[in-house]
Design a protein around this ligand. Sequence first.
Ligand code: GDP
Length: 362
Amino acid sequence: MFKALKEKLKNWFKKTEKEEIGKKSKHKVDKILIEPIDKIPEIELPPEKERIIEELAPESEHKQVREEKEGKKSIFTKVKERLTKTEINESHFDRLFSELEEILLENNVALNVVNSVKDKLKDKIIGKAVKNNKISEFLKERLKDVINEILVEPFDLLKRAKENKPYIILFFGINGSGKTTTIAKIAKLFLDHRLSVVLAASDTFRAASIEQLAQHAQSLGVTIIKHDYGADPAAVAYDAIKHAKSHNKAVVLIDTAGRMYTRENLMKEMKKIIRVTQPDLKLFVGESITGNDATEQARTFAETVGIDGLILTKADVDQKGGTALSVSYITKKPIFFLGQGQTYDDLKPFSKQDILKNLGLD
Ligand code: GDP
C-alpha cells in the first residue's frame, strides 16, 4: 500500500528542491546584482544590534569608520538574507501544488479531500520565509502535518473489549468488500488475546453467506448463531448476544447484509439491527483498491446509520493508498485495521505513524 504515492511524493520533493528553488535563487541574485545597494530596503538587525556594532566599531572610533562598519554589516546581512531565504507566495504555491494535486488525484485521494489538503497547506506555507536549501524539507514537514490532521488514531480495541463484556461489534459493507473474511480475521485476533468470540450470521439475504461464515467459525473453533435465509437479521444478532451473555463470552461479531433489493431497504435493516443490538462499535469494511467507490460507500453508511470506525481490505493489492486519506477525511473516524491478504493473520493494526512512514513522511 502507498508504494506509488510514496514514490511520486519523493520525486515531487526532489523536484521542488532542484528546479523551483534553483530558479528562484538565480532570479534573486540577478535582482540584487542589478539593484543599487541603497535601493535594497533596510532589514532589521537582531536585538543585539547595538552589541554587534559596538564590537565592530567601539564608541571611541571615528564616527565615519563606525558608520561604514555599521553599513557594511547591514548590507551584508541584507544580501545574505535575500539569497538564502525564500518567502513562498501564492503563485509559487499554486505552481508547486498543481503537481501535488495531480499526484494525489492519481492515487485515489478524492477531489474534495485534495482541495482541503490544498487549503490547509496554503495556510501553513504562504508568507513563510524558508531557507532555500530547506524548502523541500519544509514542504515535507507541512504535508506531514496536514496528513496527521486528517488521519484519526484508533483506540486500543483489545483493551476496550476486555473492559466491556460482551463487546458487540457490528460490521457493515457491500458484498465482495471482504467483510466475512475480515470478521474471521478479527475473531482470530480476539482469540489470540484470549477473548472468546461468538459470530452472528445476520446476512440472511445473500446466498451462501451463512455457510461461508459457518466455515470460518468451524476453522476457528468458535460458536456461530444462525437462522435460515430470509430470517430477521436483528433477531439473529439478538440471539447471539443472548448466547454471549449466558455463556460469559467476551465478544460478539455481527455480519450483516451487503446488498438488498434497494439501498433504502439495506439502510432500514441496518438501523433496525443497531436499535436491537446497541453495538459498542459499528465498523465499515471497504476495499482500499476501489478508491472513490469505497469513499462514497463509507460516506453513505456514516451519514445514514453512523459508523465509529473503518477497516480497509485488500491493502496488499493497493499500490495507491489514497483511499485511507479520503475515508478518514470524509468520515472523521479512525481506521482500525488494514486487510493485507486472505489468511486469518493478514490483518494489520492501523497507525498514523506507519502511514506517514509508508508515505516517506516520517
Ligand atoms: P464479503 O462479500 O464482503 O463478505 O467478502 P468476502 O469476505 O467473501 O471476500 C471477498 C474476496 O476478497 C474473497 O476472495 C477474499 O478472500 C478476498 N479478500 C478479503 N480480504 C482480503 C484482503 O485483505 N486481501 C486480499 N488480497 N483479498 C481479500
